[in-house]
Design a protein. Structure first.
Length: 202
């Protein structure tokens, strides 16, 4: 076999695997492009709603009678606590100074049946930051808003009150619910390879 024929055979054999690969690539990029794009979007993209705070209630002089302020709620994932085999007593002792609650109370919540429990609601920004900085495994934070009344109980029977879900339960808070409640804003975000969220407004 001469040199030229050997080179031709060698080139043919080396390029032969590219045929099936090219067909597979064309199949994925052309025929299954839409299906794979939707699957990737479902795995890496999410849409969440950002709750808007309730509107203020003010008197005719513009003095605020009721206002919503940012707050956070701390929760415990008890299934994760069990999976990681962490000691509820040790966890409670670590959380007690952060949440300013008795360790015995927190331990009781951690040992109670169920998958999930609220540890404390109505945390202000410094308290939420301190808990986040502690990086306590099994414990998470969720944003919320807290309704405050600058004049205390003055006029409360008329103003009414707001429930845990931020909905008016009585008084002006209930009768003007549609005007007072905030309109949630939808947020689209994707996750990069390291699991970090990248937000895109809708």
């Amino acid at each position: 076999m001469d040199f030229g024929l050997r080179m031709t055979v060698a080139a043919t054999l080396s390029l032969a695997p590219l045929g099936p690969l090219s067909l597979r690539l064309a199949h994925l990029q052309v025929l299954r492009h839409s299906a794979l794009s939707e699957r990737a979007e479902g795995e890496f993209a999410r849409i969440a709603s950002e709750a808007a705070p309730r509107a203020d209630i003010a008197d005719r002089r513009g003095r605020v009678l009721a206002r919503s302020v940012p707050s956070w709620s701390a929760f415990l994932d008890k299934r994760l606590l069990k999976e990681t085999r962490k000691d509820p007593a040790a966890l409670a002792a670590k959380l007690a100074p952060l949440l300013k609650l008795p360790a015995a109370e927190l331990e009781k919540k951690a040992r109670a049946p169920g998958r999930f429990c609220w540890l404390k609601t109505g945390l202000d920004h410094p308290a939420a930051q301190a808990l986040q900085a502690a990086r306590v495994e099994c414990v998470g934070l969720t944003p919320a808003s807290q309704r405050v009344y600058p004049n205390g109980d003055l006029g409360r029977p008329v103003l009414g009150q707001v429930g845990m879900e931020g909905k008016g339960l009585a008084g002006v808070e209930l009768s003007q619910e549609k005007r007072l409640r905030g309109r949630p804003r939808k947020l689209e975000f994707v996750r990069d390879g390291k699991g970090r969220s990248i937000h895109r407004d809708i």
